[in-house]
Design a protein around this ligand. Structure first.
Ligand code: AMP
Ligand code: GLY
Length: 431
């Protein structure tokens, strides 16, 4: 089969790596891909936001399945367009992708499906004062969220009315998020550990992949600015078998049923962002796609045929036995360009990439590019240094990942030094 993956991040490199292991995969293309995917597949240089061009490429290359990585093409309706033209696609329709692109819609689904989530209210630009009063009424801290997509920058935790006011000013008056800020959600602050769970679904049936934990802040000890994610590990011991059952029964099943009932069935990867509060797991967000960098630790844990899983979801007949988790732990550390998530320089040569022949070390590229036969930095998050420990020793995986990253060099390299430590702490607490 011929497969096209849309996207250029570490997530897409991991998807390519997992798909390539399938015997069914003949030709694998990435649009546009990165320096790492150029080593295992063919990077295509066309404009992915031009749907006609993508379709033309699919026809020429006889593509059997398109896998859409990021949210933007999904929210733009690329999957609908390709399906209308008889191409199989892994990923939700534009309407179903609203579960990520329209937070008020996600909350509505959760309310109708009786899914536990933070108490909230929504406000438009004309309701500035109502938003301030509501914040006062629920008590601080409160969480203010732009309703639409905001490239991971749309969430602010505010500890006073003054702080809420300055966020509202940015969103409603200075208009920093454009249309994505036409509406906001204000919700109660939830306390607890966070987890990402991916449900792969055909709209009705689903399977959950091992739960992962991201490290969203730039600095050690979860300090500093929010980023796309600076590292992850999986599985996380916070999600016991019992909790996973609860999440399936109280969150995923009702949400999928609700979306189907109202005519927007969700097929693809439903990313459930959860916080484990004292009163149980609550949803903080849904995404309509795989997470990045969580995918880089979840996929190496799977045995079986990952391509078959995606294909069966795309064809509306999920093969629930296509992959299986047979034990093991994985960790990934993001090597970033110093300055990220703000300004940073790029174009620096990366060395040390070929020093590692062990099967349990996988370097997924993100912001890298191939230039005159050399791999150079080309983005904020550059590499994902991933280590799999088959024996389930998270600590060993972490130590090995740090020994690998120490041997990789590029100018201005930055990475967190505490990735996975939270996972070790939970294990110690449970022992
Ligand atoms: P998001 O951009 O939706 O992924 O949110 C970014 C981060 O904000 C999440 O990973 C959480 O750490 C935090 N967050 C979002 N909603 C809440 C909430 N209701 N309570 C506490 N933290 C939250
Ligand atoms: N790692 C968080 C996300 O993919 O949204």
């Amino acid at each position: 089969m011929n497969i096209l993956i849309i996207g250029s991040g570490g997530r897409e490199h991991a998807l390519a790596w997992a798909i390539k292991k399938s015997e069914k995969c003949q030709n694998l293309y990435l649009l546009p891909g990165n320096g790492g995917t150029s080593l295992i597949a063919k990077n295509i240089n066309i404009n992915s936001s031009n749907k006609e061009e993508v379709l033309e490429f699919c026809s020429e290359a006889k593509i059997d399945l398109v896998v859409i990585g990021p949210e933007i093409p999904l929210v733009d309706g690329l999957s609908d367009f390709l399906r209308e033209n008889n191409i199989s696609v892994f990923g939700p329709s534009k309407n179903a992708a609203m579960i990520e692109s329209d937070k008020a819609y996600a909350k509505l689904i959760m309310q109708r499906a009786n899914v536990p989530t933070a108490r909230f209210n929504e406000f438009n630009r004309a309701q500035y004062n109502d938003a301030l009063n509501y914040s006062d009424s629920i008590g601080y801290p409160v969480v203010v969220k732009a309703n639409g997509l905001a490239a991971g920058k749309g969430v602010s935790i505010c500890f006073s009315k003054v702080e809420v006011n300055s966020v509202l000013e940015e969103i409603f008056i200075k208009d920093i998020f454009g249309e994505s800020g036409n509406k906001i959600i204000i919700e109660e602050f939830l306390e607890g550990d966070e987890t990402s769970i991916f449900a792969i679904t055909d709209g009705e049936k689903f399977i959950c992949l091992p739960a992962a934990q991201d490290h969203k802040r730039i600095g050690d000890g979860d300090t500093g600015k929010n980023t796309g994610g600076m590292g992850a590990y999986a599985p996380t011991s916070i999600v016991t078998d019992e909790l996973m059952e609860q999440i399936k029964n109280q969150i995923i099943t009702p949400v999928l049923n609700e979306m189907r009932n109202e005519g927007n069935p969700f097929s693809g990867c439903l990313y459930c962002g959860l916080i484990f509060t004292k009163t149980g797991p609550k949803v903080i967000e849904f995404n309509c796609r795989f997470g990045d960098p969580e995918t880089q630790v979840v996929l190496p844990l799977l045995d079986g045929d990952f391509l078959e899983l995606l294909l069966s979801s795309a064809r509306g007949k999920l093969n629930e036995n296509a992959v299986i988790y047979n034990g093991g732990s994985a960790v990934t550390i993001v090597a970033a360009s110093n300055g990220y998530p703000d300004k940073y320089d790029k174009g620096f040569e990366i060395s040390g990439l070929n020093n590692f022949k062990d099967e349990d070390v996988i370097i997924f590229h993100a912001g890298s590019a191939e230039k005159n036969g050399k791999i150079v930095t080309n983005g904020g998050r550059v590499l994902n240094i991933t280590v799999l420990n088959k024996n389930n020793y998270l600590g060993e995986a972490i130590d090995k990942a740090y020994s690998v990253i120490n041997q990789i060099k590029f100018e201005n390299i930055y990475y967190r030094k505490d990735i996975g430590q939270k996972g070790l702490k939970y294990l110690t607490n449970q022992a």
